[in-house]
Design a protein around this ligand. Structure first.
Ligand code: NDP
Length: 395
């Protein structure tokens, strides 16, 4: 039994708070802290209503290490689930190190003015975390997160060597707005407007944004246009999955979404370069975020399913093999259960499971880890039990 501190009261933080509250035998006390305490209070009330459990709330600017250290010293949690934004990864990791508290996140570090979008600033914490005897689990969402665990599970049970991996992420949900993003618009739009990149034969190959398209028939959804993107789990998987020849990541976008994005890009609204407006500097993408629907507000409106999974090809006992492991998640079912749509749900549930495996000792060991470095079996088992059941298909 452990006390945990969740930082971030957005869509993902809300799901994780509800899911942790559903497992009182593991998470005996839950504190939810964010920049806006009113959002924490709304989640606290929903958790109480849906699960009958009381959680505590607190206010913190997670960009300020001193505020975090003060909060950690007051709350004394066993671990922090960092579900705010990637900009705060380093301050929270440093505060956890100072206070000797385990750390988990769902997205790698980026800075607001320079999206570096890689693990180069987080992996170096490994030595200091080991020395302190604490653990940092990186990327415990769906992708990264579950997709990494699918690779480890396939490597353990289905292959002697995996040669090709394609991670396919489809959101077949419809929220009825002409244009909205399913998670933080700033992070989402940056990811989508960046150049594509995949790994083949030992090197990275770059593409133009949205240059490569694959029409894939997603189980439970049907055929959709998926586009090749760079995605952060590729960086750790090329290091940790032995024998790999190629790995790519694909995400679906509707024509309508891409048309809006093209126009917004053409007029400069997706830029992160500050511009002067009426005597003050503004960042166009941050202004756009203020205009777009809050991802947390999409829950009650979204219908349809997500489908995220990996197609993996390699050899087993000298014979070629190809499998597909995937999950379908229904937006409306998620909303009924925890009051959020499936994109937040598919991230918040793995965050809770990662935290569970750390606090109950099954996964816990000092140092910094990506998800595929740990035994996939207990995680896969918990996915089935906590709302994200998966299927394996031999292809
Ligand atoms: P939201 O924008 O909905 O929520 C972010 C929350 O963080 C808000 O409550 C915000 O507070 C809070 N926050 C922002 N800055 C600070 C700060 N300085 N101090 C304290 N709190 C702060 O994002 P999501 O819930 O959609 O996403 C959360 C994280 O999950 C992101 O890092 C995202 O990249 C990641 N993610 C990972 C996925 C995966 O599969 N691995 C998929 C989807 C998301 P306020 O409202 O006051 O601004």
């Amino acid at each position: 039994m452990a006390k945990v501190l969740i930082i971030g009261a957005g869509g993902v933080g809300s799901v994780a708070a509800h899911k942790c509250a559903q497992v009182p035998e593991v998470f005996s006390e839950i504190v939810l802290a964010s920049r806006s305490v009113d959002k924490c209070e709304a989640i606290r009330d929903s958790v109480k209503q849906r699960t009958g459990r009381e959680i505590e709330v607190a206010q913190v600017d997670a960009g300020q290490k001193s505020e975090l250290v003060a909060l950690l010293q007051k709350v004394k949690p066993a671990m922090v689930l960092h579900l705010a934004l990637p900009y705060q990864d380093l301050t929270i990791m440093e505060a956890c190190l100072e206070c000797g508290v385990d750390y988990l996140d769902t997205a790698n570090y980026e800075s607001e003015d320079n999206p570096c979008f890689d693990y180069s600033r987080q992996w170096p914490f490994d030595e200091s975390y080991r020395n302190k005897g604490i653990m940092g689990l990186l990327g415990s969402g769906f992708d990264p997160g579950v997709t990494n665990v699918f690779c480890a599970y396939a490597a353990k049970h289905y292959f002697d060597e995996i040669h090709y991996i394609d991670i396919l992420d489809a959101n077949g949900g419809d929220h009825g707005y002409p244009f909205a993003t399913n998670f933080n618009p700033e992070i989402n739009i940056r990811e989508v407007t960046a150049r594509g990149r995949y790994w083949e034969n030992g090197q990275w190959v770059e593409t133009e944004p949205m240059e490569k398209k694959w029409v894939f028939d997603f189980p439970g959804i049907g055929p959709k246009d998926a586009y090749l993107l760079y995605h952060e789990e590729l960086e750790s998987l090329v290091k940790n999955i032995k024998g790999l020849k190629r790995i790519r990541f694909w995400m679906t976008f509707s024509e309508q979404y891409l048309k809006h994005l093209e126009v917004l890009g053409n007029v400069g609204m997706t830029s992160i370069e500050p511009v002067m407006f009426e005597g003050r500097e503004i960042v166009p993408l941050q202004f756009l975020k203020a205009l777009l629907p809050d991802p947390a507000s999409l829950g009650p409106r979204t219908k349809g399913k997500t489908c995220i999974g990996n197609i993996m090809e390699g050899v087993k006992d000298g014979k070629p093999r190809k499998i597909y492991i995937y999950n379908n998640c229904d937006h409306e079912e998620c909303y009924r259960e925890v009051g959020s749509q499936a994109v937040s749900y598919t991230t918040g549930v793995p965050a809770m499971i990662g935290a569970m495996l750390m606090v109950n000792g099954v996964w816990r060991k000092p140092g910094i880890y990506n998800m595929e470095q740990l035994d996939p079996d207990p995680f896969m088992e918990q996915l089935n039990q906590h709302g994200l059941p998966w299927q394996v298909k031999e292809l």
